[in-house]
Write a protein that binds this ligand. Structure first.
Ligand SMILES: [Zn+2]
Length: 263
């Protein structure tokens, strides 16, 4: 599933191609990808509009249009946005095409969980922005009886972290995913804060993680999968202590960690 670094990479590859362009035509082949409004209303509100800016909030991509409309795109499990030349063939899992005249934006989604909306849910601060501070994180940790894996995945506490980066962040911080958030010391909270920033920044620098089918808007894979230290590495040896990494279920999600050096 695309997380913050992947959606940020999609935004950065897409923006130079489509900002300033006008949407001349929209074809929707699978109505359920349009959320909260009908396909007819969606089409009416976007066709003829200019794309003013692309933004990201958490795992959502926001497309600002003229006429004060903002389209929210959520890629969920397998959604892809691909920029292609005009007239590119529709593929089996292409569910929508936005026509800009010379270029087209194709929305492909094998699992069909992603889609478009005019609404944006309430989510927590952006972890790489100034609004996300150590004090904020400490306050949220102290107030939670949940484990650290659950806290990192909670979009209302921090926006944009999913399963891959949560596991990598906890390894970087040397903290067990099973630890109860409220039980962290001041130093541990600071280690977690620094790890969140470091791992997500590295993820963006490496243009995201391609382990299944993630690609950016130019159909290019990321390279952060080469730097993963625990995610998907169960059975391998820990790069820090040379003992075996394990996988367990925590917060309802498959969780990869080192039971020896993540305390
Ligand atoms: Zn270890």
């Amino acid at each position: 599933m695309p997380e913050l670094p992947e959606v940020e990479t999609i935004k950065r590859t897409l923006a130079p191609k489509i900002v300033g362009k006008t949407i001349y035509r929209v074809e929707v082949y699978l109505p359920k990808i349009i959320k909260n409004v009908s396909v007819a209303e969606f089409t009416r509100r976007v066709v003829g509009k200019e794309i003013l800016a692309l933004k990201r909030r958490g795992k959502y991509l926001l497309i600002d249009l003229s006429g004060k409309e903002t389209v929210t795109v959520h890629l969920r499990m397998t959604g892809k946005l691909l920029i292609l030349p005009n007239g590119s063939p529709k593929e089996k899992h292409t569910h929508a095409i936005f026509d800009f005249g010379d270029l087209e934006l194709h929305f492909n989604d094998i699992r069909q969980f992603g889609g478009f909306s005019f609404e944006m849910p309430e989510i927590g601060p952006e972890p790489l922005d100034d609004e996300f501070t150590l004090e904020y994180l400490k306050t949220k940790l102290k107030a939670s009886r949940k484990n650290l894996k659950a806290v990192l995945l909670d979009q209302k506490i921090i926006a944009g972290i999913g399963n891959i980066y949560a596991d990598e962040i906890l390894f970087e911080a040397g903290l067990s995913p099973k630890r109860i958030a409220a039980g962290l010391s001041e130093d541990e909270a600071e280690e977690l804060f620094k790890a969140i920033r470091k791992v997500l920044t590295l993820g963006i620098e490496h243009r995201g993680t391609s382990i299944r089918d993630y690609v950016d808007a130019e159909n290019q894979q990321g390279s952060f999968q080469r730097l993963l230290k625990v995610y998907g590495k169960n059975g391998s040896l820990c790069v820090r202590c040379n003992k075996v990494l394990i996988r367990e279920r925590h917060a309802g999600r498959s969780t990869h960690y080192c039971p020896h050096c993540q305390k």
